[in-house]
Design a protein. Structure first.
Length: 236
């Protein structure tokens, strides 16, 4: 079991290092974390690096071209729930039946949030709209709390939930994986996260989801929740 988890962690660490090339690192905060999952993440690009400038330009372009429909979608995606995830993926479900499945996902949410909070407080990256000299106008109804930017909590949540749902609903895997990307992209459309924030969040969420599935203590709950979710979406 431990070897499997370590192998997964090594895999994600390697992918993240490809995403964040050496020499483009931000200075880390003093409060370092010893949590294994947080150690997977390299520091984000530094505030004055060319990569951050390119990411800021990308957000400015998204702001100029975003449509009312995209703003509405990004605003609705500020909600972190399984129901919103499935709704945005176009997967029909019975809301009353889905509500009965929540306990397992609340456990996952608690684990994911704890990891994200620790990572944010490790790297202390400013939100793009708080970066000195920026000219961004984030979507007000989708603005986040006062937490730091890296990794994206919403992207991590979406990837964690999506990873679990894909295991429960293999018939809907394509829609679910597309939704993971879409849910994360909404945070860029809203102007509240850099691309590197959401990419790190997606990988971080997949790592959290993998850890949950690899834990033998969660398997009975996973089995019960799978049946519950499949009934809620009309597959059983």
């Amino acid at each position: 079991m431990m070897r499997q988890v370590m192998a997964v962690q090594a895999l994600f660490a390697g992918v993240l290092l490809v995403l964040c090339p050496a020499g483009l690192r931000a200075e880390e905060c003093r409060g370092q974390s010893s949590a294994p999952l947080v150690k997977l993440l390299p520091p984000p690009p530094c505030e004055t690096c060319e990569e951050t400038k390119a990411e800021m330009d990308e957000l400015a372009d998204l702001e100029r071209t975003r449509t009312p429909g995209e703003v509405k979608h990004a605003t609705e995606d500020a909600e972190r729930s399984v129901a919103r995830f499935l709704e945005g993926a176009g997967i029909q479900f019975d809301a009353k039946k889905l509500k009965k499945c929540n306990d397992f996902f609340l456990m996952g949410r608690k684990q994911e949030k704890g990891a994200v909070d620790e990572a944010k407080d490790t790297f202390c990256r400013l939100r793009p709209f708080l970066t000195p000299g920026n000219s961004l106008h984030p979507v007000q109804d989708a603005k986040p709390d006062s937490s730091y930017s890296y990794p994206s909590g919403h992207a991590t949540f979406g990837a964690t939930i999506g990873f679990l749902l894909a295991a429960m609903l293999p018939e809907k895997r394509a829609e679910i994986y597309a939704r993971i990307n879409d849910y994360a992209h909404s945070r860029m459309v809203a102007g509240v996260h850099f691309r590197s924030d959401v990419e790190a969040g997606k990988l971080f969420g997949a790592a959290v989801g993998t850890e949950i599935l690899a834990n033998p203590d969660t398997r009975p709950d996973f089995k019960d929740t799978t049946k519950c979710v499949r009934e809620a979406v009309g597959l059983e």
